[in-house]
Ligand binder design. Structure first.
Ligand SMILES: [Fe+2]
Length: 325
């Protein structure tokens, strides 16, 4: 059989076994400051249905979330990558919360495609304008989490996610610091960037991902005595990313691993349009649609498929059309 011409880049739509990065869990010591930062400043949306009290708040960003329980501040050892629409409106909102966040670690620096922002307790956020090639067809979302990891661990970290989870991984040596990328969803990645700077002690924050093959990674983690919590039928946790050959710890980061049968999988999240105001209100414009229309281009210069079966199908379609069906 002759090789068929390629009409689309089919590999671009492949996912590894980790199919979605959903939430990052960071304790916050003051919910009113957290509201000023995440809701008023970043323009995100407090989940109206779940954890609506003072002990925790869920904050929606496209199809991902922050979980912000009350407690001593937790700081992710790296940066959280977000896509948000309208850079000027974002910078204006961030400027507006300078006063309520005065005296905290809140800081804003403009970047070429958005802003580098520090939360009141030191978590770093890279805010990017939408870019389909880099982040997928979204105007709001969480395309990556970046972690600073010790020198000589990136290769081992990639091996761990590949061998234990069946994740897609790739390396980038051209970045500032060798970086292991781990696919955790469509155009979503964890980035582990080697750094020779000091590494803060791990404080207990966690991330959550969904996996298709749920029991395979579990069995392997269990065999290595790495499972740290049997949460429920749809979820377990582990914390140590290890060298596959030796089981030696490379990096600590608690992972909440959920099956795709988890009741919360693909839960529709409420996202608001932060541009709405009493001064410039538009009826019907309260909701924000986080997905943008995909360009969906065919690869250029490829002739239509021309196998006998494709021809037969074409003839059948034409006959049906001729009968007005
Ligand atoms: Fe969680």
């Amino acid at each position: 059989m002759a090789a068929e011409p390629q009409h689309y880049d089919r590999e671009a739509e492949d996912l590894g076994n980790i199919v979605m990065l959903e939430h990052v869990n960071l304790q916050v010591p003051d919910q009113s400051l957290a509201s000023a930062f995440y809701i008023s400043g970043l323009g995100l949306t407090r989940d109206p249905y779940m954890n609506t009290g003072l002990a925790n708040m869920w904050v929606n960003v496209g199809k991902s979330q922050f979980h912000l329980p009350a407690g001593e501040p937790w700081v992710l050892r790296g940066a959280i990558g977000l896509v948000t629409p309208d850079r000027d409106a974002l910078l204006k909102r961030l400027d507006d919360v300078r006063k309520p966040l005065a005296g905290t670690r809140f800081a804003v620096a403009e970047t070429h495609d958005g802003a580098a922002v520090t939360c009141p307790w030191g978590n770093r956020f890279n805010l990017h304008e939408p870019d389909e090639a880099r982040f997928g067809a979204i105007s709001l979302g969480m395309p990556y989490l970046e972690f600073a990891v010790p020198v000589d661990t990136a290769d081992g970290i990639a091996r761990f996610y590949r061998a234990m989870f069946g994740a897609q991984t790739w390396m980038n040596d051209a970045d500032a610091g060798k970086t292991a990328y781990v696919g955790v969803g469509h155009k979503q990645a964890l980035r582990f960037r080697e750094s020779d700077g000091p590494l803060a002690a791990y404080d207990g924050h966690h991330i959550q991902v969904y996996v298709q093959n749920f029991s395979g990674p579990y069995r392997e983690l269990l065999r290595r005595e790495l499972v740290t919590e049997e949460s429920n039928a749809y979820q377990y946790r582990f914390e140590h990313i290890v060298e596959v050959d030796t089981n030696e710890t490379l990096f600590e980061l608690e992972h909440e691993i959920r099956s795709m049968t988890h009741p919360l999988y693909a839960r529709p999240l409420v996202n608001r349009n932060p541009m709405q105001s009493q001064q410039s209100y538009r009826m019907g414009d309260d909701d924000w649609v986080w997905e943008t229309r995909r360009l969906n281009p065919r690869l250029p210069g490829v002739p239509p498929i021309d196998t006998p079966r494709a021809q037969a199908l074409k003839a059948r379609r034409a006959a049906r059309a001729a009968r007005g069906m």
